[in-house]
Design a protein around this ligand. Sequence first.
Ligand SMILES: [Zn+2]
Ligand SMILES: [Zn+2]
Length: 264
Amino acid sequence: MSRAKASTPVAAFPLCQDVHTDAHRQFLQALMSRGAVDRVRAATLHRQCCELHRVHYAADKLDEFIGVINRQLQPLSMEIRKGKEEESGHTCYALVNMAETAVTRMASDYTETELELFKKTMHQIVLSENGFVSSTKMLNVADQLKPKKMRKGDAEQVLRRLVQEKWLSEKEGEFTLHARCILELEQYILSHYPDMVSKCHICHTLVIQKQVCPDCGIATHAHCLARYVQAQTEPCCPHCKQFWPQRVPELSQPATLPSTSTSR
Ligand SMILES: [Zn+2]
Ligand SMILES: [Zn+2]
């Protein structure tokens, strides 16, 4: 199977602190239980694990620290990958399985019908214009699921669990794919929907919550576009240079990273 090119594996850097320690083990365990964490949470975990196990800590060496874990994970075909949250553009880290698609693996955690509900939700999200599907629509779909239909209350519970386990994100009654899900399922989505999904014109990764140029049809992440038009007086398309009529969000700042001097 070809590796996902669009998301970046965290590189393994050769350096003197490249010994795998209990701090690394604990960081991995924390990530396994959460599925994915944002950059701030990852930085905090990094500091806490190092302090707890009295391992050399350098705040700016998170990627190298993760690189050490990734070398241990390699024989298991697992990897901690770094990606971006679609809406905010903030960095996140997720533990992904390189050997099998997540959908195959999810089959051991979810029943056939529950998995069908997830696939149908993903299908609606991928085919939608803005990357969202309403919960009302998905609850109606529950009636027509195979091999057997699902009651609305049960479907609601499954959707809630999919949000908790970071396959879906929910916002004001609408679902989209969680950044962790995109990192794991990028290849699956690209191969199942080759003509229906787009890659961002600016960062070249899969884009689900997209803005599309009405003139030339290219798609981008809102946060990629926000960075691109930052210096422009009037926002224009990165491809055809025509005026960009959609609302470009303000560049959002990630929450502050934990300070290195305080420890709790
Ligand atoms: Zn992008
Ligand atoms: Zn254009």
